[in-house]
Design a protein around this ligand. Structure first.
Ligand code: AR6
Length: 174
C-alpha cells in the first residue's frame, strides 16, 4: 500500500526511513541533517565505516535514536538539466533502496522526495519517478510511504498517484 504523508521523516515509526544523503554519507543539510541530528552522533561514527556511497546506490545503518529501526542512505543525482543520466540515477536510488529493504526483511519504508531540495531536481519529474518505483514494489511491502515535507509536494504526489490509478483502471477496463 502506498501512503502519502506530510510529516518530518525523522518522526516516523516505520521499519526504515530513507535518507537523501551525499556521497560521503557523513551528513549535510536538508533531510540528511535532520536525520543525523535526530539519530544522534553514533550515526556519524557508524557511517564512517561505510566508505561513502555512489550516486544511485544505497547503504544501510541502524536507526540509533530514531523511532525507525533502520536508515537506508541513498545518494540522488544533482540536477544538471536532465541529460546527464539524472532520471536513471534517481530511479536507481529508489530501486536500490527497495532491494536493500527486501534483503533486511523490512516491511514498512518511508522515502523523502530525493534530490528535490539542495540537488535541484524538478519536483514533478522526480515525483513521477518515485511513484513509478513505489508501484513496482508496493506489493512486496506492508507500507510504502511518500513522506512529503511541504503541502505542494503532497499535492504533486496525490495528483500523480490518482492519474496513474486512472490509467491502470482504463487499461484494465478497455
Ligand atoms: N522530513 C522529510 N522531508 C524533508 C525533511 C524532513 N525532516 N527535511 C527536508 N525534507 P534535501 P537533496 C525534504 O535538500 O535534494 C544534503 O545536504 C525537502 O523539502 O534534503 O537530495 C545532503 O547531505 C526536499 O523535498 O535533499 C546532500 O548534500 C527533500 O527532503 C544534499 O542535501 C530532499 O531535499 C542532497 O540534496
Amino acid at each position: 500500500m502506498i501512503k502519502i504523508l506530510q510529516d518530518d521523516i525523522t518522526m516516523l515509526k516505520v521499519d526504515a526511513i530513507v535518507n537523501a544523503a551525499n556521497n560521503s554519507l557523513l551528513g549535510g543539510g536538508g533531510v540528511d541533517g535532520a536525520i543525523h541530528k535526530a539519530a544522534g552522533p553514533e550515526l556519524l561514527e557508524f557511517n564512517k565505516t561505510l566508505n561513502g556511497c555512489e550516486t544511485g546506490a544505497a547503504k544501510i545503518s541502524p536507526g540509533f535514536k530514531l523511532p525507525a529501526n533502520w536508515i537506508i542512505h541513498t545518494v540522488g543525482p544533482v540536477w544538471q538539466g536532465g541529460n546527464q543520466g539524472e532520471p536513471e540515477l534517481l530511479a536507481q536510488c529508489y530501486e536500490n533502496s527497495f532491494e536493500l529493504a527486501l534483503e533486511k526483511k523490512i516491511k514498512s519504508i518511508a522515502f523523502p522526495a530525493i534530490s528535490t531540495g539542495v540537488y535541484g531536481y524538478p519536483k514533478h519529474a522526480a515525483a513521477l519517478i518515485a511513484i513509478q518505483q513505489f508501484q513496482n514494489y508496493e506489493e512486496k511491502f506492508d507500507e510504502v510511504i511518500a513522506c512529503c515535507f511541504s503541502e505542494v509536494d503532497v499535492e504533486i504526489y496525490e495528483g500523480l498517484l490518482a492519474d496513474s490509478r486512472m490509467y491502470e483502471y482504463e487499461s484494465n477496463h478497455g
